[in-house]
Design a protein around this ligand. Structure first.
Ligand code: 13P
Length: 255
């Protein structure tokens, strides 16, 4: 993290966990534990939990995010949720292009790009996820894969808008596997993402963009990861469902 240049963002991605009542309970547990956090603290929760979650964090420093959003404003898209719906509920962040959506739900860089532009247009902050498969890392193409995702996912996003984008580097082999990337591996790819952003925009803009690491991040390994210059936060799955663990990660970002 380089706190002089950018703000750390610690975000939980709850995935398909917690009913509305459970969400309220977990957020009520987290709130007092993160009240002094100097980083941005975000909980990205299932759609049906959003209204309850926004209500539960009123008067706290926790922001609420969704886990996806459609690119059209409205229409015949059964099962989808628009940015306008999210905005009205009080959502501030939206996770986009998560590898689980790419793997299981046919998400492509083209649709991630459309969603990213729609989310920015609505004045929400996208957390755009990129990362290589294990096979791609073994073939030594991590650099190409991640640079390509960044270029495609951010295609046609203006220099002004990109300042509101958060990038999450999530190596797919590290998600939910307990196999965390080493701090050096995370730093190497986060630095590469920043270099790609500098080429697409400018060094100044790239320096101001928050780049998170995600993949088996927890209270035990967060400090080492966050100590790296280009790792500006975390997108946390499993450990974000346990109040004490999530709060400990936010505390590690304060250090
Ligand atoms: P885990 O922290 O459970 O590995 O999940 C990471 C992730 O996918 C966050 O988006």
């Amino acid at each position: 993290m380089n706190k002089n240049l950018r703000k750390a963002v610690i975000a939980g991605n709850w995935k398909m966990n917690k009913t509305p009542s459970e969400a309220k309970e977990l957020l009520t547990q987290i709130a007092p534990l993160v009240k002094d956090a100097q980083c941005e603290v975000v909980a990205c929760v299932p759609y049906v939990d959003l209204a309850v979650a926004v209500e539960a964090v009123k008067g706290t420093n926790i922001k609420i995010g969704a886990e996806n959003a459609h690119w059209e404003e409205k229409g015949a898209f059964t099962g989808e949720i628009s940015t306008g719906m999210l905005k009205e509920v009080g959502v501030e962040y939206v996770v986009l292009g998560h590898s689980e959506r790419r793997q299981y739900f046919g998400e492509t860089d083209e649709t991630v790009n459309k969603r990213t532009k729609a989310v920015l247009k609505a004045g929400l902050k996208p957390i755009v996820c990129v990362g290589e498969l294990l096979w791609e890392r073994e073939c030594n193409i991590t650099e190409e894969v991640v640079a390509r995702q960044i270029k495609l996912d951010l295609f046609d996003v203006s220099a002004e808008d990109v300042k509101n984008v958060v990038i999450a580097y999530e190596p797919v082999w590290a998600i939910g596997t307990g196999k965390v990337a080493t701090a050096d591996q995370a730093e190497e790819v986060c630095a590469l993402i920043r270099a790609t952003l500098a080429k697409l925009y400018s060094k100044e803009i790239a320096d101001a963009i928050t780049i998170q690491y995600g993949g088996s991040m927890n209270d035990a390994n967060a400090a080492e990861l966050l100590a790296k210059e280009n790792v500006d936060g975390g997108l946390i799955g499993g450990a974000s469902l346990v109040a004490e663990k999530f709060a400990a990660i936010a505390a590690a970002a304060n250090a």
